[in-house]
Every structure is written in structure tokens, then in C-alpha cells.
Design a protein around this ligand. Structure first.
Ligand code: FMN
Length: 191
């Protein structure tokens, strides 16, 4: 499959089969992730893999996060849907940025730019993993709703650096149509 075909065929998957994902497949996905370009080759990523029995503990912490956000008066409908997907997926990977402690707020413009660089790098890493998974017939969902359980998940993992996202992987049990994209004319400005 050409890279363009692979990119075109990928979808966000929100319904997974229960089949576990073999460790070799996950290793290949991580290998693709860590081959991503990164600002100054800093490779600011760190992964926690949740599968098997650990999923129940994760779901407990996600639900605890939702309950706490409801107490804070937040609307958690979207996050609840994402957490339901995570509960069903055989594998979820949490991605942290180990060179920043949480909660991180840039103290200067210079730090902010450095943060922007590093977060872009993590995004490239995640996209590589999604595409690698797609090539192997493994579906994925990139999840930032996980911020609704940011503290609860960080405490559970014992991780004090900045969480960037989670990604769930599994064999797709749905075949969603392509989501609409803006046209090239809308987003590209030729000078
Ligand atoms: C940074 C980022 C965060 C996302 N967070 C979520 C999320 O929390 N929950 C969810 O269901 N989808 C999430 N998505 C998936 C998007 O909704 C999806 O990529 C978009 O609707 C386009 O659909 P497609 O991936 O099938 O092309 C996220 C995607 C990105 C890139």
C-alpha cells in the first residue's frame, strides 16, 4: 500500500474486538513511533502500556476522574464516550513528555516555543504509531479526553511528568466512513 493509501484508509476506531494484540505487533508500533522526527532529536516521549488485567484498574481511575470532574461542574459527556472506548480496547498506551513536570505552564516565550516543538514531536510519534498499526490491520483511537482524568491516571501510574495523550489499539469492530475534511482551497494559501 502506498503511504497515501495508508493515510487515506486510517480511521479513528471507537469499537474494538476483544482479541489481544501480540507483543511483537506492539513493539513494531513503538518502533515506528520512536523513528519519528523530533525537535533537536530530543525524543520527548515515554509510553505506559495498559492491557490484560490492568485495564480494570485503568477504567476505575478513569471513572474516578469523571466523578471528580462532575463534582467540579464540568460537562463530561464527550470524555465518558472516549472512556467507554478505552474500557473496551484491548490495549491503551499513555504517552508522557518526560522533560516537563506536571502541571506545566511555560514561564517564558522561549520555554513556550520549546514546548510547542516537543509537543509537535510527540504528535509525529503518535501519528507514526497510528499508521504502523493501520498497516498491520490494527485500529486505533488518539484520545485527549484523557485529560478529564489527568491527575487520577498520573497518580495511578506514579508518573510526575506531563501527559500528552492516550492511544487505544485493537482490531476494529466497525468500518467508519471517512470524516469530512476541509478543502485544499480552504487551508492552502499560495503566494
Ligand atoms: C490530538 C487529538 C485528540 C483526539 N482526542 C480524541 C478523543 O479524546 N476522543 C475521541 O473519540 N477522538 C479523539 N480524536 C480523534 C478525532 O476525533 C478524529 O481524528 C477526527 O474526528 C477525524 O476522524 P478520523 O481520525 O477518523 O479521520 C483525537 C484526535 C487527535 C488528533
Amino acid at each position: 500500500m502506498s503511504v497515501f493509501d495508508l493515510i487515506s484508509s486510517r480511521r479513528s476506531i471507537r469499537k474494538f474486538k476483544a482479541d489481544p494484540i501480540p507483543k511483537e505487533s506492539l513493539l513494531r508500533i513503538f518502533q515506528a513511533g520512536i523513528l519519528a522526527p523530533s525537535g533537536n532529536n530530543r525524543q520527548t516521549w515515554k509510553f505506559y502500556v495498559v492491557q490484560g488485567d490492568k485495564r480494570a484498574e485503568m477504567v476505575e481511575r478513569l471513572n474516578e476522574g469523571l466523578a471528580n470532574r462532575v463534582k467540579d461542574g464540568e460537562d463530561v459527556a464527550g470524555a465518558k464516550h472516549s472512556f467507554d472506548v478505552m474500557a473496551q480496547a484491548p490495549v491503551t498506551v499513555f504517552i508522557f513528555r518526560p522533560n516537563r513536570t506536571k502541571p506545566w505552564l511555560a514561564g517564558s516565550q522561549c520555554q513556550h516555543f520549546s514546548d510547542v516543538v516537543d509537543v509537535q514531536s510527540v504528535g509525529a510519534c503518535i501519528q507514526n504509531m497510528l499508521l504502523m498499526a493501520e498497516e498491520m490491520g490494527i485500529g486505533s483511537l488518539w484520545i485527549c479526553d484523557v485529560f478529564s482524568a489527568y491527575q487520577e491516571i498520573s497518580d495511578w501510574l506514579g508518573e510526575s511528568t506531563e501527559m500528552i495523550a492516550a492511544v487505544s489499539f485493537g482490531i476494529a469492530d466497525e468500518h467508519p466512513a471517512a470524516r469530512k475534511r476541509k478543502s485544499i482551497d480552504e487551508v492552502v494559501h499560495w503566494l
